[in-house]
Write a new protein. Structure first.
Length: 350
């Protein structure tokens, strides 16, 4: 009897040692969180670090980066690069910050790849509908067609060498609302990484970027809001070291006679895009996820899926008006016993 006990004791000791070795580092990590209202939304962040003082400092720098960039990119802020570009439309080139230059060049690429579904010269239409002003309205046909004439991303002339941007006609206006948050949280997460942070979560009103894994080595689990029930979750997606961004028709909208008019506008018609009610894009960075969530929303189910399938490292979860969930080929769906929809990556280690 006694003899047989020894191996058990040894096994238990080895297991305990392994347990301590594997679990301890995670146990040491402290959670540091912060919430601030920036970019017209709630920006929440969470990092795991052994040194909470360093974590706190890293977050201070990250949030400082957000407010620095917001001042360049917001068309509502006087003196921002975007405001200067818009004011000089049809007149002169404007010298801009390297950050504004980067966003504009990358946005024009998405404009090209999406066949114009994503268009950063959407401002005349957004203004006409009144989104962002608190005074929304359905535009009349004449003014709609006037605004439509001004919306064309090919009107944006960029001189990379000189660092200037020029809008070729008076009245053309940039609106980076479909992309700024994604670009900015990427930059904020870069700041955290430069400060030595390896595990972090950043959420700017549904634009999410995570750094690394959670400290216990498991992926981050992100809930996609149900587009028709605020308290419910449509699906849970597991990601590591990447970004997930949702565009929906339920964030900014108004209703007239039961018809919903929301802020993602089809540049071809000038009307809110119809067919999809929620598009979530997963990609390596939040810029890509943010730009394509808006682009795919405009393109609709079939063309949207085709676009995403053509982009390596990009996947999407699309919800149609009849509340059906569709996914692209790099993702897998599992329905758990409690009827929760679980989405994971097949090929890549998100
Ligand atoms: P959210 O801002 O709710 O996260 P999006 O990323 O989809 O959602 O951005 C919507 C914003 O993008 C609009 O408020 C507007 O500023 C801008 N926008 C609307 N339609 C387009 C479009 N077709 N292309 C580019 N930007 C757009
Ligand atoms: Mg977007």
């Amino acid at each position: 009897m006694k003899k047989r006990l020894i191996p058990y004791v040894v096994i238990v000791a080895i297991l305990a040692a392994l347990f301590i070795l594997v679990i301890r580092p995670a146990g040491d990590a402290k959670k540091v969180t912060r919430t601030e209202f920036l970019m017209d939304t709630i920006v929440e962040s969470l990092i795991y670090t052994k040194d909470s003082k360093l974590g706190d400092e890293a977050l201070t720098y990250a949030y400082r980066e957000i407010s620095r960039l917001e001042k360049f990119l917001d068309r509502h802020i006087s003196g921002s690069d975007v405001t200067k570009i818009n004011q000089a439309a049809g007149r002169e080139q404007v010298l801009v910050s390297v950050d504004a230059m980067e966003v504009i060049i990358r946005s024009l690429e998405v404009g090209e790849l999406s066949g114009g579904a994503f268009d950063i010269t959407i401002a005349p239409l957004i203004k006409l509908w009144g989104f962002g002003t608190g005074d929304t309205q359905i535009p009349g046909e004449a003014e709609l067609s006037e605004a439509l004439d001004l919306v064309d991303y090919r009107q944006v002339q960029v001189d990379r060498e000189a660092g200037t941007v020029f809008l070729q006609h008076a009245g053309v206006e940039l609106d980076l609302g479909g992309i700024a948050k994604g670009f900015i949280i990427d930059k904020a997460v870069e700041v955290l990484r430069d400060k030595g942070i390896t595990s972090a979560y950043f959420d700017a009103g549904g634009d999410i970027r995570v750094l690394g894994d959670k400290p216990d080595g498991t992926p981050w689990r992100i809930g996609i809001r149900h587009p028709r029930d605020r308290r419910d979750i449509a699906a849970i997606v597991e990601i590591r070291d990447s970004a997930i961004v949702t565009s929906g028709d339920y964030e900014r909208y108004f209703q007239v006679n039961d018809e919903r008019y929301h802020h993602i506008i089809d540049p071809q018609t000038g009307m809110p895009a119809r067919g999809l009610i929620s598009v979530t894009v997963v990609a390596a960075d939040a810029f890509t996820a943010d730009a394509y969530s808006t682009a795919v929303f405009v393109l609709g189910l079939e063309q949207g899926i085709a676009l995403v399938e053509s982009l390596p490292g990009v996947e999407a979860i699309l919800i149609t008006e009849d509340e059906q969930v569709h996914i692209t080929s790099g993702l897998a769906i599992q329905i758990t016993e409690d009827e929760q929809v679980h989405i994971t990556a097949i090929s890549k280690g998100w």
